[in-house]
Design a protein around this ligand. Structure first.
Ligand code: SOE
Length: 388
């Protein structure tokens, strides 16, 4: 198989995870890296075994031997870097959320379409095998009519005033932190499982930790500070907690909460779907289990095991039952979905039926929902229509 040559732009928390997942495929070579400056790019190139370190992303994009680029920068750089990458004719894999606003995301989606490059957004939770199974069960009508979709995405890594991330800085992360960073995942996962689109929202967002100690140097996600480094007081304007009521395009109702300040919750994404016949629930921290709920027979838990799962989703199972799979395996499945499309030489327009990964269209739609959630909160929690 011909190797695909990839470049990575930004290598904080998530960049190395993109590389690890794509490298597991065996036919993706990371050959170039650009970060905030040459010294850091060189240091990371050495650490991750990448041959070319570039002074900036523009130089990386000029390299004609690079086929695909991963954009793993803070959110505010997604737009300029993605637009430049598209212009350079690279296939683009951008971390989520795609953009700071739906308006930016729309431009990115349209530019990718015009150029014909493969475009993907890393909504990775879709790629857990049991999320695929949940999607398949709903699509086959096993649950009956979907009536209620609810859950949460709670974390605790921003609980203390000494915790900090660029995600909390509006000019880098966007006006919303908890909704943009993890609420966007909840919406994508819930929409993927249910096969429905969110059409209206009503939200109430809060900032529980209003003043934080911002370290002088950079800090990666989930790394805790003890307030000992040099820091400055930072007034937080974006949310770290919120609750949202939602309505879907088939009339189904829903609700979810997001929080980055919820002690004990590490990466607690939960989605439950209640249909007119049965229910299901998936919990990210117990990724190998799918709860199935019934009125007229005993509830059950499906443990991930290819032989017990829908034929169509068996390809998302990497290991036999009982051999734990989780976050990193789902990320690998996502990379496999994107890179097998690129390797086959498919085009996003003429081979649209072969796309199994989230595209910039999905990224755009998630940004539309996030924008509506922010608008609802600004308008004293009014019901707000999602403008696609
Ligand atoms: C931090 O909240 C974070 O790394 C998110 O940015 C990721 O998208 C999520 O998958 C895990 O948590």
């Amino acid at each position: 198989m011909k190797k695909i040559r990839a470049g990575i732009i930004g290598a904080g928390f998530v960049g190395p995870l993109h590389m690890e997942a794509a490298r597991r495929l065996g036919y993706v070579d990371f050959v170039g890296i650009a970060t905030s400056n040459l010294a850091s790019a060189q240091q990371k190139a050495e650490r991750y075994g990448i041959s070319m370190a570039f002074e900036n992303y523009a130089q990386l994009l000029e390299d004609p031997t690079i086929d695909a680029v991963h954009i793993c920068t803070p959110n505010h750089l997604h737009y300029p870097v993605v637009m430049a990458a598209i212009d350079a004719g690279k296939h683009v894999i951008c971390d989520k959320p795609l953009a700071l606003s739906a308006a930016e995301a729309r431009e990115m989606r349209d530019a990718a379409k015009r150029k014909g490059v493969v475009n993907a957004v890393t909504f990775n939770y879709r790629f857990n095998a049991l999320v695929q199974q949940a999607h398949a069960l709903v699509a086959k009508g096993e649950l009956g009519k979907v009536q209620f979709v609810h859950g949460c995405y709670l974390q605790d890594w921003l609980l203390f005033e000494t915790d900090f991330s660029w995600r909390l800085e509006a000019d880098k992360g966007g006006v919303t932190s908890s909704v943009g960073d993890i609420g966007s995942h909840w919406c994508d996962t819930a929409q993927f499982i249910s096969g429905l689109q969110i059409t209206r929202v009503l939200s109430s967002l809060s900032t529980m930790v209003q003043v934080r100690k911002k370290p002088k140097g950079s800090r990666e996600a989930f790394a805790s500070g003890e307030g000992k480094e040099e820091h400055e007081e930072f007034l937080v304007t974006s949310d770290d907690l919120g609750s949202v009521l939602v309505e879907f395009d088939n009339g189904a109702k829903g609700a979810f909460s997001v929080g980055q300040v919820c002690p004990g919750h590490k990466n607690d994404l939960q989605v439950e779907v209640n249909g007119s016949r049965s229910s299901l629930k998936w919990v990210q921290e117990r990724p190998d289990e799918l709860w199935l709920g019934y009125r007229d027979r005993a509830n059950a838990t499906l443990l991930r095991d290819a032989s017990l799962m829908d034929e169509a989703v068996r390809g998302y199972v990497n290991l036999p039952g009982g051999h734990g799979e989780g976050w990193a395996d789902a990320f690998k499945n996502l990379m496999s979905s994107i890179y097998s499309f690129i390797a086959a030489g498919y085009s996003p327009s003429s081979d649209a039926d072969k796309i199994t990964f989230p595209t910039f269209e999905d990224g755009y739609r998630a940004n539309c929902v996030v924008d509506a959630i922010v608008r609802s909160n600004q308008n004293r929690s009014m019901w707000t229509t999602v403008e696609y």
